[in-house]
Ligand binder design. Structure first.
Ligand SMILES: *Cc1c(COP(=O)(O)O)cnc(C)c1O
Length: 363
């Protein structure tokens, strides 16, 4: 059997007619940028997250960059960020000239909340928890520290749409919640898109200006902005996706439970999940010591897997001036070397999951 890590066409086909209708509605409207589809999506997504405002943007990376810009965080300021994350989290900080301060991962693969306090200095302005793989970070500890040291929380919600920590939705803990709607994400567009949610009216207004060349009124550029607008086609498509987001999360949780119940092989470790969280399994990571051998074995059996992520941002080529070593963050190093993401997505047939389990158990 042939099994791919993600088959976006299958996810699209689940609601094909509705997606097509939405895209055509936007195309036929004659209005393609900053129009009523975007405003409607903003309204719906704010409501769904339970926040007052949503500002729709061009990507999740832009959401992170503009979040720190809106907060006035820049050169000389430090932002605490997990060592085990995707590079876009760090780009959000460095594009503003601020300095990322890395914290190693815990055994759940999330930021080790117990190590955060030791990294806070007089320059620390914010914490950027990344709810990685769909699992929320320890937001009880993080909000307590943010209150104690007067830090902003900016959440990287690119992988966790709809996940909850002690019943509270991710994206509602921080001053700003940054979302990506990259096609594979729990809520995905069919192109690039992102958004920020907040309860702060002033910040929302500032973000709306930042995405539109720094202006409220065309040609009246009050602040230094960029062009980062969600287009009408993606906004129309996302309104369809939003209707199925909760059901999609449930579906991936069901798939994850099949893996958890089925995989029995002491060479393949499934990392633990925190109690009191609703994990939405954007990805299903496992840890394997000899990753290359494991992945080629799966490949020989027709199964494609992915790695999230093989090179942690603190040792990325583009940041080599920092001079970090791989071993500076031992857990992040371990995950970068051992993580394998098993296939999981809406539209994946159960027989493929059962086949993956069977092949893994014979490894
Ligand atoms: C996908 C992702 C981003 C970036 O989102 P884009 O929409 O691709 O720019 C940021 N952070 C994390 C953790 C991501 O997974």
């Amino acid at each position: 059997m042939k099994v791919d890590a993600v088959v976006l066409k299958r996810t699209f086909d689940l609601h094909k007619e509705e997606y097509e209708e939405a895209a055509l509605r936007a195309l036929n409207s004659g209005w393609y940028i900053l129009g009523k589809e975007m405003l409607e999506f903003e309204k719906q997504f704010a409501e769904w997250t339970g926040r007052k405002y949503c500002v729709a943007l061009n990507s999740g990376t832009d959401a992170l960059i503009l979040a720190f810009r809106a907060l006035g965080i820049g050169p000389g300021d430090e932002v605490i960020v997990p060592a085990n994350t995707y590079i876009a989290s760090v780009i959000g900080i460095t594009e503003n000239g601020a300095t990322p301060v890395f914290v190693d991962a815990d055994d759940h693969m999330e930021i080790d909340a117990d190590q955060i306090e030791g990294k806070i200095t007089s320059r620390t302005k914010a914490v950027l928890p990344v709810h990685l793989y769909g699992q929320p970070s320890r937001m009880d500890i993080i909000t307590e520290l943010a209150d104690k040291y007067n830090l902003k929380i900016v959440e990287d919600c690119a992988q966790c749409h709809g996940s909850t920590f002690k019943g509270k939705k991710t994206g509602t803990f921080g001053t700003l919640g940054c979302f990506s709607f990259y096609p594979t994400k729990p809520l995905g567009a069919f192109g690039d898109a992102g958004a920020i949610v907040t309860d702060d009216e002033e910040l929302a207004e500032k973000l709306r200006m930042l995405r539109f060349y720094g202006s409220k009124v065309k040609y009246h550029n009050e602040i230094k902005g960029v062009n980062s607008r969600m287009d009408e086609i993606q906004a129309a498509i996302l309104q369809v996706g939003l209707q199925y987001l909760d059901a999609g999360n449930e579906e991936r949780r069901r798939q994850a439970n099949l893996y958890k119940a089925g995989i029995v092989n002491n060479k393949v470790v499934i990392p633990p999940t925190y109690a009191d969280v609703y994990h939405v399994y954007h990805l299903f990571p496992v840890l394997v010591e000899n990753r290359e051998a494991f992945q080629s074995y799966l490949k020989e059996n027709g199964i494609n897997t992915q790695v999230h992520y093989p090179i942690p941002p603190y040792v990325a080529e583009c940041y080599k001036e920092w001079g970090y070593n791989w071993s500076d963050f031992p857990n992040a190093e371990k995950y970068a070397k051992q993580e394998v993401s098993l296939p999981i997505y809406c539209g994946m047939p159960d027989e493929e999951i059962k086949y993956v389990i069977e092949v893994i158990n014979n490894y």
